[in-house]
Design a protein around this ligand. Structure first.
Ligand SMILES: NC(=O)c1ccc[n+]([C@@H]2O[C@H](COP(=O)([O-])OP(=O)(O)OC[C@H]3O[C@@H](n4cnc5c(N)ncnc54)[C@H](OP(=O)(O)O)[C@@H]3O)[C@@H](O)[C@H]2O)c1
Length: 321
């Protein structure tokens, strides 16, 4: 196949119509890549890549020459865990610095929400009550350590925002980074997340979902945190044992939580989290990547794979992120 030929791809998602969402962003790349839905494809051997979000278990089976599976987002867990993903397919994510900044603002807002007990003010405002909290009881940011689980594109952006507000940060990573960031300390290697939890008045999770991180946020983990700590859960629903969060809130070990991601999405209307005043629920809204950036990186990755190059946005399938 000549590098200038249009490279054929397929939309693979059991959750969304990806063409509807990304048609406009993909249009400028029509001379490089063409994507179709599976039911529109009668020559499956021509398909070289897939654009994916939560593909069905058997989604990849019809495409013998597929060599690239690209996520529409930062996370790749639903692709890597797909049983039909070909063993030799490269998996790419979107790397979007703007998405990091959006995530940082979202996380910083929640840090202030918990630190200043903003729920109290919203409840009293609704009743037209002037209910000042006693400022002397509030620890200043300098004495309120923020833990960040994961220090990749998201964790770094959050750390920049949170340290700028005066909060000291301790971050969990697998391998300690070589470049320092003022105001940030690291825990690395085996058990790093638990050691961060022990120090965090406010804990932000932006880990990828891997075999090591699935179910990490359980009761034993919460019981290592300082009494009255808050959780901001922005990673993946499967990181959290939901019943254990309620137990930790009931015991007072945790005071409050912000949850953006859930085991089942959309979160069912009857789920207890919705009505729980200690929990602030948002609909997996923390930060999306830009469709334009996604489409640019997809077209580049498809060209790279066809030319035998490794795309810049490739992830390590063995590590799971
Ligand atoms: N809610 C939302 O809207 C939203 C939006 C974007 C992303 N996310 C979630 O955030 C995740 C992270 O995104 P990212 O772009 O920051 O990923 P990334 O750049 O791949 O960074 C992942 C970070 O996690 C660390 N890590 C991985 N496994 C670990 C473990 N077992 N213990 C301690 N640290 C570990 C890595 O350590 P090393 O540095 O040592 O490799 C790295 O620092 C995504 O996978 C997705 O699940 C959610």
């Amino acid at each position: 196949m000549a590098e200038q030929d249009v490279i054929e791809g397929v939309f693979l998602s059991a959750a969304y119509d990806l063409r509807e969402i990304f048609a406009e962003a993909l249009a400028p790349h029509a001379e490089t890549i063409r994507l179709r839905h599976p039911h529109e494809i009668d020559d499956p051997e021509t398909i070289r890549f897939a654009l994916c979000w939560r593909p069905a278990d058997d989604a990849f089976l019809p495409y013998p020459n597929l060599r690239l599976a690209s996520s529409i987002a930062a996370g790749v867990d639903s692709i890597i865990n797909c049983p039909s993903l070909p063993a030799d397919a490269l998996v790419t994510r979107v790397r979007d610095e703007d998405q990091g900044d959006v995530m940082a603002g979202f996380a910083a807002w929640h840090v202030v929400w918990h630190h200043r007990n903003m729920r109290h003010h919203i409840v009293h405002e609704a009743k037209h009550e002037w209910a000042r909290l006693i400022s002397a009881r509030m620890k200043p940011p300098r004495e309120t350590p923020v833990g960040i689980l994961g220090f990749g594109l998201m964790g770094r952006a959050i750390a920049r925002a949170v340290t700028a507000m005066g909060f000291p940060v301790v971050a969990a990573v697998r391998n300690a980074p070589r470049d320092a960031m003022p105001g940030v300390r690291f825990e690395s290697g085996e058990g790093a997340a638990g050691r961060v939890a022990e120090q965090a008045a406010i804990l932000i999770n932006v880990l990828p979902l891997t075999a090591q991180t699935r179910g990490l946020l359980d009761l034993d983990f919460f019981n290592r945190m300082p009494v009255g700590a808050a959780l901001i859960q922005l990673g993946r629903g499967e990181h959290l044992i939901e019943a254990d969060l309620l137990k930790a809130l009931d015991s007072g070990r945790l005071s409050s939580a912000s949850l953006d991601v859930f085991d089942i999405e959309p979160l069912p209307a009857e789920h207890p989290f919705w009505a729980d005043e200690r929990i602030l629920v948002t609909p997996h809204q923390a930060s999306d990547c830009s469709p334009r950036r996604m489409a640019e990186q997809l077209a580049r990755a498809a060209r790279d794979v066809v030319a035998g190059r490794i795309p810049e946005t490739v992830v390590d399938r063995a590590n799971g992120y």
